[in-house]
Design a protein around this ligand. Sequence first.
Ligand code: ZN
Length: 444
Amino acid sequence: MPLMDYFTSKKENPIILGISLTHQLMRKYFNTVLLAALAVACSPKEQDASIDYTTLSDAERLEVAKEIAHETIIVDGHVDLPYRMKVGGFTLQREVLDVSVRTPDGNFDFPRAKEGGLDAPFMSIYIPAGLQQTPGSSKALADSLILMTERLAETFPDQFAMAYSPSDVETNFTAGKVSLPMGMENGSALEDDINNVAYFQERGIRYITLTHGKANLIGDSSYDTVRLYNGLSEYGEKVVAEMNRVGIMVDLSHVSDDTFKDALAITKVPVIASHSSVRKFTPDFERNMSDELIQAMAKNGGVMMINFGGTFIDSAYAAGSGKAREHLVNYMAENNMSRGDSAFKAYASEYMAANNPFPTVQRVADHIDHVKNLVGIDYVGLGSDFDGVGDSLPTGLKDVSMYPNLIAELLKRGYSREEIEKICYKNVFRVWQAVEDYAVSQKG
Ligand SMILES: [Zn+2]
């Protein structure tokens, strides 16, 4: 078994779990912990079920959530740091935006990742659809963002490390480093050459989001009003098969429903949606997944990683944010202000709080609940879209330091530690490993 032996691992061991609770909690729940320790010969699941986190106070539960966040690997399916670094000036020559230290802007940096227990944010190698007009430019940008991500790991080797497999993530986790696995957002970087699939696998890309906001050579996009193929193109069908062959996860976030179904029909291995939420809460928003697609993905053994963005999780917020933006743009013009003015910033945050309050961390948990209730706990993960959805993030989940708030909310709803571990990493590791194993089997 290439993954860690879960049963004997520290994170699964009921005795260690008991000891890792704070002293205060241990005294208070001594009997429970003692029972748990006695139950060591039984399965970890039985022991886990005997700890009732729902009876704790909110403050106590948050302490437990922080412990879990730090003892468990947390994988995030989508963090837009590379593009933020490109815009913010982390170039191959110099580091202007230094995320090894706390940064005033953005949602990700090393200190905050450590606070939140984040271990493996998939670095989004994001290629804007606009570049699709200019052949060659998408691949060139992908190459430069990959170099930039590698450069981040090389520049700060004590904090960051590249990761190309679940076992790499485990090694880095043990060493206290934040892993930088890479996913490519937009298959446009493959250009019109199928050989580029293998090329990007060798460059370290471990998932490819087939499209971004517009149809590309591979297939149709959910955001695009134009449907070129009503699903995957012929080239797109070959791309999916080639991704299976070389060991790149097929990411179905952003694609149209028809592309989604076509890809599921072709793939030989489980797929992911690296940053998509549940459409039930945002009717008509094709970018999120319908119950039908969630069920189809579960049948495939895949995992959908929930996007935290306000417009992804709450349709009332999404509707309000359009109106609020319009008001603020008008206000800015009428008062001769610019976006960066502190007076404007203050007005905007006051106006938003009064007229279009952010969703909360509970809303994200609602999405996880929905997937769990519909198809089970094995098919859901986290794909925040941090550094990609900016100001819309929910209260309590504003940056990578705040995963414990979500874990605490899940504990409050009766989720077991085992279920939380599945959400945090075991589900996506299962898919990632299956994809790697399939690729190895194809080489023989
Ligand atoms: Zn995206």
